[in-house]
Design a protein. Structure first.
Length: 430
């Protein structure tokens, strides 16, 4: 099975194998560190980067403006590229940092075994420290669980090495998700039903120690390659519609998977991160405000010029016939996506290659072909399409048949296929 990359610039086609990666281990090395919604499959990131490098051999720098948990950054660093990641979600930035930072084996082992030794049930029973207060704490955590989490957090603060401490905090964050009263396997915050809650008695210390062991094993596997990166990946906090922390005309490659739509009706990154961020000490208001700050989180400023994508305009008109308000919400998302394309354009060197990994959603039973929409929006900024590959999504934890918003009729069967859209930037020359 394979797909052939058709080169529109006349150079030799490149043979690409099956992109489905049906049986791939998606938790290799540091990719095991912390779950995150809608992550890119590491194998997709790895082979896309390798493909782009074959097409643009002198590439040295790569940008992921929606870096999430850092899948692309890890794979770029392993391929000796200088990688920059940008995201608005502080939890995503911390996970990306933990996944891309090599730590000397001896240092890691000695610091973590000291931490593990302090995490005993006896020490927990004797501990009388304060438990953080935040809105909803007692709704989402049983008292003994909150007590154990506060105890673990106090021990993490004692870890001397900053990189080891960051890794320990990220294992803590994943523990928070597992031991809370939320239904596991959901990105949104849903409380366990009362019968399950009555018998919910997670062993915080054992879970935490288990995660630390898995993370350090993953780090040991990728350490040698991460260490070879020319410079450590730069991970910055910023709005992809502005990219103000990222240098202009600096990047040979851009590889990213943007959100599928606004957080309210697709993936709620803010809700996913909120309890972790509360425990990690982020101000409660910040932890709650993330979703409004992400793509499509705000209403479109009026009056708005129609975005230069005929495909989008057709889809919006069809949605508007059924629900005008919904059409404006969808438009708000693409309005932000267009601003992100404009910001990314400023960051690219002439001749740079971009890979967008996108799935097409359906709203009110109208398909939104985001791959074609991105290609059309980009063509007005001097991008040309190199190719548009497709892959099946074998077992991604994404809504397939039902609306993630639980709004009946909002979303039909969708997102079983993903597009890998490859564009070349032909502008930027003086
Ligand atoms: C599909 S996820 C990226 C997943 C990533 N490729 C990975 O493998 O972990 C999309 C990311 O875009 C981020 N995001 C959404 N809107 C943003 C914005 N306006 N500026 C920066 N990041 C944004 C979300 O926080 C989320 O982490």
């Amino acid at each position: 099975m394979g797909q052939t990359l058709i080169m529109t610039d006349g150079s030799q086609p490149t043979h690409v194998f099956d992109w489905d990666f049906r049986d791939a281990d998606t938790k290799e090395g540091t990719h095991v560190i912390h779950s995150y919604p809608a992550m890119m499959i590491p194998q997709v990131a790895r082979h896309l980067i390798a493909l782009l490098r074959r097409l643009h051999p002198e590439s040295q720098t790569l940008l992921d403006p929606f870096c999430g948990a850092g899948t692309v950054l890890v794979e770029a660093a392993r391929q000796n590229l200088e990688a920059w990641g940008n995201d608005l979600n502080p939890l995503a930035l911390r996970i990306s940092k933990a996944r891309t930072t090599p730590i000397d084996d001896n240092r890691l082992r000695s610091q973590l075994s000291a931490l593990s030794c302090r995490l005993t049930p006896l020490a927990l029973a004797a501990w009388k420290g304060p438990i953080p207060v935040f809105p909803g704490r007692d709704f989402w955590f049983k008292p003994e669980v909150a007590q154990a989490l506060a105890f673990v957090a106090a021990q993490i603060r004692e870890v001397a090495d900053a990189d080891v401490r960051d890794l320990a905090w990220i294992a803590f964050s994943e523990t928070v998700r597992w031991v809370s009263n939320t239904r596991n396997g959901e990105f949104k915050l849903y409380r366990l039903p009362s019968d399950k809650l009555a018998v919910w008695n997670p062993d915080v210390l054992a879970l935490y120690r288990g995660l630390l062991a898995r993370y350090s094993e993953g780090l040991r596997t990728f350490n040698p390659e991460l260490r070879q990166a020319p410079v450590a990946p730069r991970i910055v906090s910023g709005d992809a519609c502005e990219l103000s922390e990222v240098p202009d005309r600096y990047f040979d490659l851009m590889v990213t998977s943007p959100p599928y739509g606004d957080s309210r009706t697709t993936v709620a990154y803010g809700q996913f991160s909120r309890l972790s961020l509360e425990w990690l000490g982020a101000p409660s208001a910040d932890a709650r405000a993330i979703d409004q700050r992400l793509l499509g989180g705000k209403a479109v400023p009026m009056p708005v010029n129609a975005l230069p994508s005929p495909t989008l305009q057709v889809s919006l008109a069809q949605i508007a016939q059924k629900d005008g308000r919904r059409a404006r919400e969808v438009e708000a998302f693409y309005y932000d996506l267009d601003r992100a394309i404009a910001a990314i354009t400023r960051k690219l060197k002439p001749g740079a290659l971009c890979a967008w990994v996108v799935a097409n959603r359906t709203v009110k039973r109208v398909v939104l072909p985001t791959d074609r929409i991105i290609a059309e929006l980009s063509s007005t900024r001097q991008f040309s399409v190199v190719d548009n590959l497709t892959r099946n999504i074998p077992n991604k934890r994404m809504p397939l048949a039902n609306s993630p918003s639980n709004i009946a009729g909002d979303t039909g069967a969708t997102m079983t296929r993903e597009h890998l859209l490859i564009l070349r930037y032909n502008g930027g020359r003086q």
